[in-house]
Design a protein around this ligand. Sequence first.
Ligand code: HEC
Ligand code: HEC
Length: 212
Amino acid sequence: MNSHNAPKAKRTEFRGRFGVLARYAAAMVTFAGALALVAASPADSVPAKPDAAASRAAFLQVYSVLTSPRCQNCHPAGDAPLQGDDSHVHIQNVKRGKDGHGVYGMRCDTCHQAANLPGAHMPPGNPKWSLPPAAQKMTFVGRSPAELCNQIKDPNQNGKRSLQALLDHVANDDLVAWGWNPGDGRTLPPLTRPETVAQMKIWINGGAACPE
Ligand code: HEC
Ligand code: HEC
């Protein structure tokens, strides 16, 4: 009797296992379907309805970077660059000059080399070291969030940049990169570069809304 029942029991056991496998396979198909749905909506697509409140909030984050010493020291209101975490006027009577690279005999690259020189209070360096030109000063110092927001998205004040070009400048320009690699003894902006770029994307995708 036992010898007769043995194969039947095995078959039942096999069907049981197959049933589990079949249910597992069905679950995998459902899971794959969900993945396909996620893949169909890329994270960086423009939202159907721009979120102006999120956009304004993101600009305030970007503003905290633009007006940090590492950025605003080269975006002064007057014609002299600023220095240090207290943004004091550059010593040695350094002036912007027409092209932003200084005046005759006091050109920026007299002291500023292609790279930072090691040691506190040594000149920071970059091949493009200069202020924006006299004809378009791109002033960050003393601007309210609303003023700076409207200014940097205005092609007549930002070097003829589209919003995409503005984002690209902050994400990829190597002089902007210096702000996050400022040499010995200088503090960093409040957000990292990737965080700043992420906030700029939220600002732009939300319609580049400006604080009141
Ligand atoms: C005579 C030399 C000299 C010349 C010319 C000069 N600089 Fe400087 N600059 C320095 C030195 C030295 C420092 C570092 C000061 C310190 O960290 O205390 C400095 C620091 C700076 C900083 C401060 C960076 C920061 O965030 O703290 C800026 C901005 C700057 N220079 C811009 C310029 C620009 C733009 C020009 C040309 C228009 C220029 N400098 C010309 C010597 C010079
Ligand atoms: C050594 C000086 C210097 C420093 C430091 C500097 N910038 Fe600038 N920035 C410039 C110059 C010069 C231009 C103009 C370049 C052009 O139009 O091609 C500019 C242009 C810009 C622009 C585009 C035009 C506009 O409307 O403002 C943005 C945005 C900007 N800078 C952001 C930053 C940020 C963010 C930092 C700090 C992480 C920074 N900059 C630090 C010199 C500087």
